[in-house]
Each structure stands twice: as structure tokens, then as C-alpha cells.
Design a protein around this ligand. Structure first.
Ligand code: PRX
Length: 647
């Protein structure tokens, strides 16, 4: 089970930022003397007032606190912009590649600095002050990065909401953090299709709890007519144009919040993951530089949307803090055709390319021709993120996309971790397809068995982290207790990742997937509880249980069991209606792939749904149901097995 090995390419290693020997010695130092290690690395950021404290952390649930560099003062936007102006002012900061292949442009650091200053001045003039929350609900256009950096410049806290989320999901996020201002666009544009962003905001703001919003700024993207409500709604373009291109950066404490990003958990509503300023920036920029072996002349492209953490750390903050050229892509991999990614690579001479296994699997299905049509000669390193990459997809990525000459970094991390934690460094660590390999500097993973005992050597179990790193989330916004309960109660003294993992005899980590009630659909986290509550909100539904199932392209699909209210009859029309209902309630990414009618659900005598059984039925493994004798009514299982939708 140790898998095939792809050794480090000596030619790559000869020029790499980190070699094998350096990895070993730096890793040893980083975990034995984190204080000194991170003191040195903290110097990569420009501080307005230097830090004297480095690490102040306790993972003890009764005294949980995580602080890094906490007496330091900085400004994140100044680190991403101002400090590059002297030497890199005319370097391209952002390459924008629009949905339409004829729509692209370059924005230099100097231009981006001016754009961010204007936007920051605008926010200030609209009454946004340090600590206020601003929601960003935009497509992948440069204004999204400008809006994030403008918030950072004045110390406001952004909450980016993925443009694919529904008005209800947006409203929930706005209400949870009492957002003062929303930045959106008239419409989004993806794969030639329009997304009614402004109309969604209008609808969201009719929901309870959203009256904190005073202003909605609207970026003109498609020029479609949209309803503007005065005085609430204002056009971004006209207002920013009138602002000064200079804006003094606000001094911000290292532990002041930078952003909130909502993510699904196993229970309840999405949690507002809170990241702070100093440690986050140190960690995002440091990992970006080393994991991607960054050089000044690289053209770096991460295909993630800014609505996800990958877009925060590795489209915007990491690359810009490093003075890199980062590509923002508005479109999708298969439009106008399935060669689009590789056309973009050739067009902009992309050297570093970072995408998700789901995209690789979808493109793999189209064969090699669409890839081979493009030269891809500029590529020198490939990355993967979001879910386990199956070895077949890894091999194809390596052989076809990278022509067998580009190393692959399979990077494991989470919204909560702020940056990459387990990954190969291409010049230092031999790759094994399907394994995220070894911990990054300062990261102490451990594997525990079902009793919570830390295991040694080759083993399999739940993945925990026994020490902190600067990019770690600090709290759940507005609910610190939930932070403690979710991550620090299961295994006292450690952070629980929610993932299972195996460690092989070479000390390589293989992430096996979520061990909680979270489904990883195309690299996006969906809480089963969220889909269930959307389903039961439908007037005809009595009860619902949702589990993950295998899916060739998405990695995992959503499998829903639905019990209708008495008197309601199952039908294909109702099935379609319920799937559309979930789409509307949460967003297209949460649409069930399978919906099975369940006359009743398997429950314990205390009324708890036995998901283990439902998961096995959805996996088409009815012979592995295990013990069903503890069910209140074991006979319900036979019907569900007979009617299962995957065979
Ligand atoms: O299960 C792991 C999976 O994605 C989860 C984190 O999802 P999210 O917070 O949305 O962040 C995604 C981007 C960082 C993890 O708990 N995951 C992420 N990367 C990998 C992965 N599983 C296996 N291998 C990876 N490289």
C-alpha cells in the first residue's frame, strides 16, 4: 500500500528553494524550537510595529487560546501592495482572464495599489470603520481582490460569499456577522451563463436579520439592467472613480481579524471561520513561496474561486504578499471547450498551475486530445487541492498535463488551517500518487485510534494536529464555545481535523476523507445537516437523511433519503421538485445527486438515525451493513436496500 514512487527530479532539486536535506533539518528545527523558527519566518512580513511575542497558544479546552506575533502591528494590504512598489511597481500583479476568451487584461502592482486605495477610501467615506464586516458576493473579477484588499487596508473584516450560493445562504451569512456593506455585481458570467448576483442580494436582504446592511455597492459586469434601491444601492464604478488613489493603511494588530469565511460542519449552520492578520499572512505567504517553489518570473494560476479559502490564501493573499503574478480566471474548464485551461496556460505562459482533482477527473474523461492541442511548455509545477486525488487522476495529471516533466504537489489543508499543512516540497520529497506526503514546517500531525490513543509507525485512524501554526483559525465568529467543542473536545489537547488518514512505513500521510457528517463534493464541503434541513423545510417532507456516496467526477455525491408526510405520494415530478428546492435553498453545489424515497429511516431505540447503514446502502454495499439488531425496527432496512439507487 506504499504506492508507486516518483522520485524528486535532480534537475528540479538543483534549483529548488528547499532540498531534501534542508527539509529534514528545517522541519526538525520547526517542531523542536517553534518559537525561534517562527520568529525568523515572521520577519518576511513588513511590520508597522515589530512583534516581540511569537507564540502564545494553549489547546487546553478550558483555556483555549491561539495567538501569534500578538504585539506586532501591520497592514495586510500594504504587505500585498505598497512594499512592492519600489522594485515591482510595473510588474503584473493580476492577470485577469475573463469567461470570454477575448477578454483579458494585466494589472500592475502600481495600478492595483491605486485601485485598492480608491476602494478603501470609498469604504471609509461610506462609514465603514475598522472591525466592521463587509460581505463580498462577486464573480472572479479583479474587483473581488480589490474589495478584499480594500477591507484589509482599513481594517474592515471581509466575508466573501461564493457567487454560487443562494439568497438564503447569503442572508444567513450576512445575518450571522451583522454585515454593514455588501459588494456585488449586476450579474456574474460563467461558462457563457449569467448569474443574477444583484437580484440574489435584493432577495437576501428581504430575509430576517439582514437589516444591518446599510449600503450595497454594485460592480457593473455584464451591464444588464438591475433594480437599484435608493439610497441603499450605489454603483461601484462611478464612486471609486472619484476617490483619491492614496489611502494611508490602517495599523492593525496581528491578532485583529482579517476575514470570516463560512464553512460547513457536521452539525447546524455553516460556521464563520475567523482568521486574523499577522500569523495568517506569514503562513499563507511562506507556504505559497515554498510549496510552489516560487520565482520572481513565475506566472502562477490557482483555479479556485475567491469564495473558498484556496482563493483567499492562494489566489490573493499568499501570491500578492510574495509579489507574484497571480491569474484570476472567471470561467470554467469546459467552456467554450474542454481545452480552455490549456489555452489559458499557453496564452499567459503559466508556469505554476494549481487545481482540484474534480477538474482533473472531468477533463480526463474528455481524453488527451484537448490537452495535447496546447503546448503547455511553460508549465513547471502542478498542484492539487480540495480532496484526495485518486492515483489514476494523479498519473494522468503528471503524464498528460505535465508531459511527465512537472512535479505535482498534492496539498492537504482546510478552511480552518489557513494554509497548506501536508504536502510534498517538489525539490525535497519523493511523490507517491494519492499521498499528500509529509508535514510542512511547524506542523505536527498525529494519528489516533478509536480510543484517542496516538499511534506510532504505520497506522490508520483519525488525523489530529498536536501543535499550532501561525495560519490556524482563531475562533468561530460569535461562538467561541462552538470552536472549542468542534475542534478541541474530541481529543483533549489537540486540534481534530475531521479527516481520517493512514501513515505508511515511510511516514507518508494518505488522507482517506472526512470521518464526520461532512460530504466533500467536488472539493467543496457540504454539511449533511444543511441539506437535511433544506429538505425538511419543504411542506411535503416529513424527514430526511443525507449521506455521501461515491461519484466518478465529484469524488463524493450527495445521496438523500426522504420520508414524505402522510398522504403525500412519491413521484418523479416530486423528486425533481425536491432537488430543485435544495438548489434554491442552498445553491447548485448542494443539489442531491440521488434521492431515494424512504417509507421510514433506520433508527436506534432512542430515535437516532443510523447513518452508518444509510452510507453503506448508498455505497451499494448492502452486505456490509454490520449489526442492525439495535435498530428499533430492523425491517425498514430491507426496503431501503431493495430500492437503492446505486447498483
Ligand atoms: O477532507 C479534507 C479535504 O477537504 C477538507 C477541507 O475542505 P475545505 O475547508 O473546503 O478546504 C478545501 C481547500 C483547502 C479536508 O478536511 N481535502 C483538502 N485537500 C485535500 C483533502 N483531502 C485529501 N487530500 C487533499 N489534498
Amino acid at each position: 500500500m506504499s504506492g508507486k514512487i516518483y522520485p524528486v527530479d535532480p534537475a528540479f532539486a538543483a534549483k529548488a528553494r528547499v532540498t531534501g536535506e534542508q527539509y529534514e533539518s528545517l522541519y526538525a528545527e520547526s517542531v523542536s524550537d517553534p518559537e525561534n523558527f517562527w520568529r525568523r519566518i515572521g520577519g518576511r512580513v513588513d511590520w508597522i510595529a515589530p512583534f516581540s511575542q511569537v507564540k502564545d497558544v494553549s489547546f487546553d479546552a478550558d483555556d483555549l487560546h491561539i495567538r501569534w506575533y500578538h504585539d506586532g502591528v501591520l497592514n495586510v494590504s500594504a504587505n500585498c501592495l505598497d512594499r512592492h512598489l519600489t522594485h515591482r511597481g510595473d510588474k503584473t500583479a493580476i492577470i485577469f482572464e475573463g469567461d470570454d476568451p477575448n477578454d483579458s487584461r494585466h494589472i500592475t502592482y502600481r495600478e492595483l495599489h491605486a485601485d485598492v486605495c480608491r476602494a478603501a477610501n470609498l469604504l471609509r467615506n461610506l462609514g465603514v470603520v475598522k472591525g466592521d464586516r463587509v460581505a463580498i458576493y462577486l464573480p472572479m473579477i479583479p474587483e473581488a481582490a480589490v474589495a478584499m484588499l480594500a477591507c484589509a487596508r482599513i481594517g474592515a473584516v471581509h466575508s466573501v460569499v461564493f457567487g454560487g450560493f443562494s439568497p438564503d445562504s447569503l442572508a444567513g451569512r450576512i445575518a450571522d456577522s451583522q454585515v454593514k456593506l455588501v459588494i456585488t455585481a449586476d450579474e456574474g458570467l460563467r461558462g457563457g451563463k449569467k448569474v443574477p448576483l444583484k437580484a440574489n442580494v435584493d432577495e437576501a436582504l428581504t430575509r430576517p436579520g439582514t437589516t444591518s446592511v446599510e449600503t450595497v455597492l454594485v460592480v457593473k459586469r455584464t451591464g444588464a439592467p438591475v433594480a437599484m434601491q435608493t439610497p441603499r444601492d450605489r454603483w461601484w464604478g462611478a464612486l471609486v472613480a472619484g476617490q483619491s488613489a492614496e489611502c494611508a493603511p490602517e495599523p492593525v494588530g496581528a491578532e485583529d481579524p482579517l476575514f470570516i469565511l463560512y464553512t460547513s460542519g457536521s452539525t447546524g449552520k455553516p460556521k464563520g471561520v475567523l482568521h486574523t492578520s499577522g500569523g495568517y499572512l506569514v503562513y499563507a505567504s511562506y507556504t505559497h513561496e515554498l510549496v510552489f517553489d516560487l520565482r520572481d518570473d513565475d506566472v502562477y494560476w490557482c483555479t479556485a474561486d475567491v469564495g473558498w479559502v484556496t482563493g483567499h490564501s492562494y489566489v490573493v493573499y499568499g501570491p500578492l504578499a510574495n509579489g507574484a503574478t497571480t491569474l484570476m480566471f472567471e470561467g470554467v474548464p469546459n467552456w467554450p471547450d474542454t481545452s480552455r485551461f490549456w489555452q489559458v496556460v499557453d496564452k499567459h505562459k503559466v508556469t505554476l498551475f494549481y487545481t482540484a482533482p474534480t477538474a482533473i477527473r472531468a477533463l480526463m474523461r474528455e481524453g488527451e486530445e484537448p490537452v495535447r492541442k496546447a503546448s503547455r511548455a511553460s508549465l513547471r509545477l502542478l498542484g492539487s487541492v480540495g480532496e484526495p486525488i485518486n492515483p489514476e487522476a494523479w498519473e494522468w495529471y503528471h503524464r498528460v498535463v505535465g508531459d511527465g516533466r512537472c512535479p505535482i504537489v498534492d496539498t492537504w489543508w482546510q478552511t480552518e488551517t489557513g494554509g497548506i499543512l501536508i504536502t510534498p516540497l517538489a525539490g525535497a520529497i519523493d511523490a507517491k500518487p494519492g499521498s499528500a506526503t509529509k508535514p510542512f514546517f511547524g506542523i505536527k500531525p498525529a494519528i489516533v485510534d478509536t480510543n484517542g490513543q496516538v499511534q506510532e509507525g504505520a497506522c490508520e485512524g483519525n488525523l489530529i494536529l498536536t501543535d499550532s501554526w501561525p495560519g490556524q483559525m482563531r475562533t468561530v465568529y460569535g461562538d467561541h464555545q462552538r470552536f472549542v467543542e468542534t475542534y478541541f473536545k474530541t481529543y483533549p489537547g489537540a486540534y481534530f481535523t475531521g479527516d481520517g488518514a493512514r501513515r505508511d512505513a515511510d511516514g507518508y500521510y494518505w488522507i482517506t476523507g472526512r470521518v464526520d457528517d461532512v460530504i466533500n463534493v467536488s472539493g467543496h464541503r457540504i454539511g449533511t445537516a444543511e441539506v437535511e434541513s433544506a429538505l425538511v423545510a419543504h411542506p411535503k417532507v416529513a424527514e430526511a437523511a443525507v449521506v455521501g456516496c461515491p461519484h466518478d467526477i465529484k469524488g463524493q455525491g450527495i445521496y438523500a433519503y426522504v420520508t414524505l408526510k402522510a398522504g403525500e405520494a412519491p413521484s418523479d415530478a416530486l423528486r425533481k421538485e425536491l432537488i430543485a428546492w435544495v438548489r434554491k435553498e442552498i445553491g447548485p453545489i448542494a443539489s442531491p445527486d440521488f434521492l431515494q424515497w424512504a417509507p421510514s429511516l433506520p433508527k436506534t431505540r432512542s430515535g437516532k438515525i443510523m447513518r452508518r447503514i444509510l452510507r453503506k446502502i448508498a455505497e451499494n454495499a448492502p452486505d456490509q451493513l454490520g449489526d442492525t439488531s439495535t435498530l428499533a425496527d430492523p425491517s425498514v432496512v430491507a426496503n431501503l436496500v431493495d430500492e437503492r439507487l446505486i447498483r
